[in-house]
Design a protein. Structure first.
Lengths: 102, 170
């Protein structure tokens, strides 16, 4: 029987993959994709807890909706920044964006 | 619902989600990564359906697949004029093996915690028509958060347009 633990395990694996992507990718877009994976893993956790622990009140699903809203705003601003950096610097590699490096 | 069918559906959707997420971080081609991310979102939508969150599954497909994944693909194709090969490589300067080990350790610790926690399952059945209840909650208890989210979206859209288009300096 599939229970809460199985959904949490899937979410943990997706979160770790997103973490790996954020820490190892060389381009801004690759890092943004990792962040998206992590946000989705958190959403899956929220919905799974809402289903199995408190199924009669949908607080977890409301929180997931707000997370999706914030993720959409984050992607819009992140990709706009990415376009801007690409036009100004002609590169998206984080290693070459070192103006503010101390 | 039939237990066996439920288990089979869960295994299929979980395999799609995890496999696609693995492809997102390992593929060297940025367009492939973006398309695999869309597949990962579809798998997550299926998992939401299994969790009786039908409205959230629809929102997941609409927002993540219809907007976010498509914007990723378009952005990648707009900025990369030359060859797309090797556009999403991992950084050879950062210690990838150590980071992979750290992520694996995170998964192991989390799975251990999940296995050894005595969850207090509720015996109540799931809510049947989630859109009605969700609308009721959002427009009463979480009214302030909804207004804040609306302002956040407006600010993000204006900011994104200004950032991408540039201010006309004259």
């Amino acid at each position: 029987m599939i229970g809460l633990a199985h959904f949490l395990a899937v979410a943990a694996i997706v979160f770790a993959l997103g973490l790996y992507g954020v820490l190892t990718k060389r381009t801004i877009v690759g890092m943004l994709m990792g962040i998206e994976l992590m946000l989705n893993a958190v959403n899956l956790n929220l919905v799974a807890f809402s289903r199995f622990i408190t199924p009669e009140i949908l607080t977890g699903q409301v929180f997931a909706i707000f997370t999706i809203t914030v993720a959409a705003a984050e992607v819009a601003v992140g990709l706009a920044l990415f376009f801007r950096v690409y036009r100004d610097r002609n590169t998206v590699h984080v290693a070459r964006l070192n103006t503010m490096r101390w | 619902m039939n237990d066996l069918a439920y288990t089979v559906a869960f295994v299929i959707f979980a395999a799609i989600t995890v496999g696609a997420a693995f492809g997102v971080v390992t593929k060297n081609n940025l367009v492939h990564s973006a398309l695999l991310m869309a597949l990962c979102f579809i798998g997550l939508g299926g998992l939401y359906v299994l969790l009786q969150a039908d409205f959230l599954a629809a929102v997941q497909i609409l927002v993540y697949n219809g907007a976010i994944a498509i914007v990723f693909v378009l952005g990648t194709m707009l900025t990369r004029r030359s060859t797309r090969h090797g556009t999403n490589e991992t950084d050879e300067n950062s210690p990838s093996a150590w980071i992979a080990a750290l992520s694996g350790l995170f998964v192991a610790v989390t799975l251990g915690v999940i296995m050894h926690t005595p969850w207090r399952y509720s015996a109540a059945g799931p809510v049947q028509d989630t859109p009605d209840v969700l609308a009721q909650l959002i427009l009463t208890d979480y009214m302030l958060m909804m207004e804040a989210a609306a302002v956040l979206l407006l600010a993000a859209m204006i900011g994104a347009i200004v950032l991408a288009k540039g201010v006309n300096a004259e």
